[in-house]
Design a protein around this ligand. Sequence first.
Ligand SMILES: Nc1ncnc2c1ncn2[C@@H]1O[C@H](COP(=O)(O)OP(=O)(O)OP(=O)(O)O)[C@@H](O)[C@H]1O
Length: 250
Amino acid sequence: MDSILQIDNLTVSFDGFKAVNKVNTGIEKGEIRFFIGPNGAGKTTLLDAICGRVKPQSGQVMFFDVDVTRYSEHEIVNIGIGRKFQVPSVFTNMTVYENMELAVVKDRSLYSSMFHSLKKEQIERIEDILVTIGLYEKRFNTPIALSHGEKQWLEIGMLLAQEPKLMLLDEPVAGMGRAETDKTGELLKKIAQDCTIIVVEHDMEFVRDYASKVTVLHEGAILDEGSVYDVQNNQKVIDVYLGRGGERDA
Ligand SMILES: Nc1ncnc2c1ncn2[C@@H]1O[C@H](COP(=O)(O)OP(=O)(O)OP(=O)(O)O)[C@@H](O)[C@H]1O
């Protein structure tokens, strides 16, 4: 199998506290990998280390043959790792379509001058993505008119516009009902045909339905890794997380 991301011996410290502690894992191309675990387990910090938001104390994060721990956040976006945060950060004073235009033009400082001169392939890409995320009909609405789920899909679409090879999503279905959650899962399956995905998630039903593989973190370290079935039946995982009904963000 082709490994797209290889994390080796990664440790992230905050004033001596190891939020991520000697983590080793490899993500294969096309996976939808879920990071799960109790609050404070280090899931978000691990995403932060992959996208360059925090610098590790030690270890490597090899994306193809590049150690991204040596790169800035901005450079990491440019080499193909996109990150979506928990709270949607779409521009509410612009239409859905304009948000997509902004996303497709990688250098945002050029946006105003390029507004009317998107290339044909950029326009086609925007339209394709709008269809994929189910917002083509709503492209001239502002995000205020969108549901919570639709705003999340727009943001995922904005990430896709930058043509990432790896997408990092932090609790993408938080606050969604079941129907929107399932639609998001189907969207991720579609995206994973071209772009590997890592998801931090507490919604175990979502994890069960859509994970290729699950990494369970506890106190900064990997407690278990494997299929949903395997980790669900691991007594240690049940004791520290699943048996407590999982936990949501405070
Ligand atoms: N910038 C920071 N400075 C100091 N401590 C931090 C910082 N960021 C995270 N931590 C600590 O690192 C630990 C791991 O936090 P992290 O947010 O990665 O956990 P998590 O598994 O994502 O939890 P949750 O499910 O609640 O989002 C926590 O104890 C947290 O308080």
